[in-house]
Write a protein that binds this ligand. Sequence first.
Ligand code: NAD
Ligand code: UDP
Ligand code: UDP
Length: 312
Amino acid sequence: MAKILVTGGAGFLGSHLCERLLDADHDVLCVDNYFTGSKRNIEHLLQNPRFEVMRHDVTFPLYVEVDQIYNLACPASPVHYQFDPVQTTKTSVHGAINMLGLAKRVKARILQASTSEVYGDPEVHPQPESYWGRVNTIGIRSCYDEGKRCAETLFFDYWRQHKLEIKVMRIFNTYGPRMHPSDGRVVSNFIVQALKGEPITIYGEGSQTRSFCYVDDLIEGMIRLMNTPADFTGPVNIGNPGEFTMLQLAERVIALTGSKSELVFHPLPQDDPKQRRPDISLAREVLDWEPTIALDQGLQKTIDYFRKVVKA
Ligand code: NAD
Ligand code: UDP
Ligand code: UDP
């Protein structure tokens, strides 16, 4: 079995990944600075002797011995990545350099959690991996988008220059249990608001679209990508092509929670992408992967989770 490093392992996706890797009998080293993650996300794993946790910020060098690296460390919600935007860019760029340097020294295979945000506010719809994107370099989302774009560049240059085994995954909006209740992302916001009977906050007119993937599907795709043949680098889109407007999402959340919450409209944040939907042909072909959990089904599981953590 492999010794696997998961950076950002105490976060939403990272904690699910650690769990799945431990279930497959791997040794897992979780590295996190707890900026947006929490010990609560991983406390159920602490009894496992193959699980180890280290508080560490990936913008600083890290010397450990591992076989594989999943680089997930980075705040993902606009509210959090805009809180300290300089640190966000540093996390993506310096974090990538350090993890790539580590991968080079120990000859580990390394996967980067990139994002659909590399496509910016896209003019090509749905987005295939070949689309170069439309990102504002100087806007409030740029710290995240450009940081992730630069990390992709670093991954491909370490691959070309140092022959590293890299895998680049472009993750589209993912939701599920262990999203932080005050994370600020739309699915957690709407569910928490609905359960508390508070107004549901629609930004803009709510006509912008996103495609929502349930976390279990996403993690399955991530592990399949890591285990593809050495000559396959990606980038690969992983997401659910089911596309919904924010008004449709609000309507589904209200129906599934039975909430009496009303809708309120807030200004649309700057540079908010108008549409987003993955073309997953490549994932289907190379990973034999596609999502299996429909929006209503995934929302129900997420609502069940939030009922336990949110007090009305
Ligand atoms: P999250 O905020 O729950 O998790 C990120 C984790 O990284 C947290 O535990 C946080 O404390 C940690 N972290 C942040 N900066 C760090 C640093 N400098 N050093 C060490 N740890 C640090 O977010 P998530 O949804 O789990 O996202 C995980 C990864 O997937 C991120 O890289 C994100 O960009 C990417 N991604 C997620 C989505 C999504 O919809 N969830 C979409 C696209 C990409
Ligand atoms: N690095 C690390 N752990 C290691 C090896 C390297 O964190 O096990 C960091 C190191 O601090 C360096 C970065 O990764 O700044 C890039 O390493 P690389 O060997 O590619 O470049 P160099 O050391 O020449 O800058
Ligand atoms: N959004 C919304 N209400 C909220 C939070 C978000 O209408 O309470 C909108 C937001 O403007 C965006 C979409 O939902 O158009 C998805 O936002 P999120 O922050 O979840 O992800 P991202 O914009 O990074 O895709």
